[in-house]
Design a protein around this ligand. Sequence first.
Ligand code: HEC
Ligand code: HEC
Length: 370
Amino acid sequence: MVRLSRALAACVTAGALLALGCERRAPTTDRTAPTAPVDPLVQAGAATFARYCALCHGADAKGYAADHAPSLVSSTFLESASDDFLAGSIERGRPGTAMAGYAKARGGPLGDEEVRGVIAFLRSKGPRLAETPLAPARGTAVWGEELYQRECQTCHGTRLRRGTAPWLANPEFLALASDEFLRHAVTRGRPGTDMRAFAGALHREQIEDLVSMLRAWQTTPPEPPPLPPAMPGMEGPIVIHPEGKAPTWKARDGRFVAIDDVKRALDERRRMIILDARATSDWLQVHVKGSVSAPYYEPARLDAVPDDGTWVLAYCACPHHASGVVVDELKRRGYPNVAIMDEGILEWQNRKYPVVRAKGASPPPAPPRR
Ligand code: HEC
Ligand code: HEC
């Protein structure tokens, strides 16, 4: 909210309070002058973005609203990310992180046209894609390794462990990112974020070694699980251990229950409902055993949650944002016993607690070191 109102204030001072947020326009002195027509595709994309993406990437797409979701509008990103890179990232997501696959084909909510809209919306906020030759990296991968450990690992993690910055070993990322995309990011950085430009600090050859090393990390992304004949609904029984007693935990701040407490209560066969607040595509890949899919963007699903005092828990990967949306909606509707599963599903998996995993889906990379 703070971010949003700050953005709005900036728009007002620029004399251009637009429904879409801050567009880059010359400030006009004549307040009655009609504003230039907004491309309907951009407008539709803005609405899609607000509903599905702003939660983590921020209303202005500058990132860091939740879970270190990166900026999607930094100049160096937009000038090097092709439409295929953007569409692929949105449609397939980054398994093992909070970034779900949003394509309908993966069980997500977005069709091709909506993805095109989001891309048009992002492109409206920065420079055009630069025409650069797609020269393959010509460095030496093993030399890149030492450099990586010294210069990059604290933020980006290792091949097996995530850091706080985007996980560069992600097979879906490396399948989409060209050598030029990687080179551009390292050389020029991402203005306005923690990613600095390494041009000057590292020789051109060293940057080539790093890019060659990242390329050597590439593996074929696993096939996504086939879509079930019908998408998971809330029709079936959703209460876990319906005959059991209520759990006895105390929710911290009236809002959070530790996953260890949830696991214990499940072992004691306590009665509860567990909602997976992530995109349904993520639920299809892997979910907490007994949970049902109730994505943050579909509040209508919550109509099926019985309002009889049964404890309702929600979790996500973020670990609080999407689940927070679901919990707030249930509280608004007057449900007395609702809470967020504090550490989220990535940590749940890390502790080897029971999950249902699609055939072929790989376990997530280790979480960042605390
Ligand atoms: C201080 C932390 C930090 C260090 C050190 C750092 N990065 Fe980054 N890097 C980031 C962040 C944060 C982003 C995402 C920025 C954004 O767009 O919001 C990023 C983005 C990137 C990207 C683009 C990823 C994508 O998905 O778009 C690449 C490639 C990259 N970094 C490579 C490197 C390499 C190689 C090094 C070492 C030479 C390095 N970084 C060092 C924090 C860091
Ligand atoms: C629950 C939080 C969350 C939501 C919601 C979310 N993202 Fe992301 N997104 C992330 C994170 C975290 C990453 C970085 C993952 C990594 O590589 O470590 C990311 C990465 C991306 C990237 C790749 C950026 C890069 O520099 O490589 C794109 C593009 C993207 N998201 C677009 C979207 C769009 C469009 C939506 C809405 C349809 C969306 N995201 C919704 C968390 C989220």
